[in-house]
Design a protein. Sequence first.
Length: 482
Amino acid sequence: MGNTNDNIIELKHINRIFEDGFKAVEDFNLEVKRGEFVTFLGPSGCGKTTTLRMIAGFDMPTSGDILLNGKDISQLPPYERPINTVFQRYALFPHMNIFDNIAFGLKLKKLPADEIKKKVKKVLELVDLEGFEKRSVSTLSGGQQQRVGIARALVNEPEILLLDEPLGALDLKMRKEMQIELKAMHDELGITFIYVTHDQEEALTMSDKIVVMAEGKIQQIGTPEDIYNEPKNAFVADFIGESNIFNGIMTGSMQARFAGGLFQCVDDVPQGTQITAVVRPEDIELVAPGNGQIRGKVTSVIFKGMHYEITVQSGRYEVVIQNTKSAEVGSDVGIKVEPDGIHIMLAENHTNFFHVDMNKNHRLEFNNNELDVSLTQLIKGSRRNENHELLDEHGEVIDPDKIHIVAAIEPGDIRMTDNTDDEQVLVEGFISNLIYKGDHYSYVINTDFGQDFIVNDEYLWNMDDRVGLILPLDKMKFTVKK
Ligand code: ADP
Ligand code: MG
């Protein structure tokens, strides 16, 4: 493609393996258009900062190319790249006033004094701090300091501005204000923004293009609408907005079975295909019991300002609903989803997601089995008191009902046994479907737990066989939601 297109920056097969062997970024490929607002979105530790540092020139890829306007810039030191970075906490010089802080780089470049003055004045206007030249850093609020940080990057007139969680240190109200201002600044300046955040809402509201990352790899690249409406896999669906995610199977033409019910959908996927179904909470309607596809009991209702978040327990499935109307805790309801509210995904790996509880003993429990997993490691900042109760970061005893833990395990990591007395068996069930996948069989197990599990096994079992499932703890991944 070269330089004939309007890409300002291209990353090609970028890998970054740290000296200790850790792969922080893997086969990262991205094209950024001139003037675009691109956001790297992903959980902490997924490689966002590492990627940004390579673009800025503070770090070098282990392999792969970074092209700027079609030219390889791997040999260019940071200060020769037309790129500036705004960090989460901008290191302002506390002993200098605002003018000197912003003018610092320009003075090093030995620009004439009146030109420096003009440029500083202009960027101060841009960040809405006109007249602040003489003020000292210590008199500014966090939000104002961050604006000075942005002004200091903008004064160099970079072609690309990198922003690494620039609003992360601000309170919610200030963050919302700055989001709007940054977006306006981007539109006004016309320069390319590459923005890093772990906040999905921030990414959705600000970006032209979102790059969703997990564990050093790109999961999906798309517009906010693409990412929200058509998530490519369960990770993206789970990370972007609240989602209900179920393992399931196609039972007919545009009909799927999941969450213990039969649903009409709009995706024409062959019968028998194992699927992941994603349903957004706002796409679910509460109706009279019996009128929907499944029924359940309301277990909690939380007012969220614009809507109610209603949780319904249906068998073993927990369903989260957003509705402008409230519901009564303990009432029986029907759950109804229109066909276009159901997103069917064919992830090549059908990760099994299931809920595990924190029990009265403050241990992790699944299907009446205590799991030997350290909750203090799972829940950030927690510790145990002398009664072995779990305390949160403020030293308060954690209420087990307030903690939701989702476990994930890959179908290939589950083992099946016909010896259901085996101590390692965590749940039992019947084989309700099997598909030959070339080098293994993929099974749907209808478990007594009430949830279907997908299990890959190299051996042929029979339909309706009763099996025990062994879920090795070291293969499970846990996500804590409060
Ligand atoms: P993010 O910005 O998405 O939170 P980072 O890019 O900072 O993530 O880090 C990605 C991963 O690389 C993390 O697991 C981090 O611990 C690891 N990492 C970062 N720098 C180094 C380093 N110099 N050596 C080894 N591992 C590192
Ligand atoms: Mg980071």
